[in-house]
Design a protein around this ligand. Structure first.
Ligand code: AMP
Ligand code: ZN
Length: 114
């Protein structure tokens, strides 16, 4: 999608710090990290949010999570643990409308009850 920030990152029109790449999925550093390590994983095919990808292209969800799995096995993230988050719409504070999964870790995160 031509006016989508993450499609522009995929096209190389906006710079990013890539940490993972395969033929379907790209992972890159979040520009405003909310944890010591904060990455965003996206599919090369544009969808707007987790419900759209789930309804229209569920296989792309598997592609993204396989990318996350390969990436987190290749470093300390799987060993020490990490969190995956996705936001949808205003209450979720979604700001970029290209489906993305935040991968947070590199330090002890707070639990939801603490
Ligand atoms: P969300 O609020 O779930 O839509 O998340 C969008 C995320 O994209 C935020 O965490 C931003 O910090 C991040 N972000 C925005 N612009 C860029 C960029 N140019 N490169 C990397 N991350 C970005
Ligand atoms: Zn896009």
């Amino acid at each position: 999608m031509s006016d989508c920030l993450f499609c522009k990152i995929l096209a190389g029109e906006i710079p990013s710090s890539k940490v993972y790449e395969d033929e379907k999925v790209v992972g890159f550093k979040d520009i405003q990290p909310q944890a010591k390590e904060h990455y965003l994983f996206i599919h090369r095919e544009h969808t707007a949010n987790v419900n759209e990808i789930s309804e229209n292209s569920p296989e792309q969800l598997a592609d993204i999570f396989q990318g996350i799995s390969k990436f987190t096995k290749s470093n300390e993230l799987e060993k020490n643990g990490f969190r995956v988050v996705t936001n949808l719409g205003p209450h979720g504070c979604q700001t970029v409308f290209h489906t993305h999964f935040h991968v947070l870790g590199g330090e002890q995160l707070r639990g939801f009850g603490s």
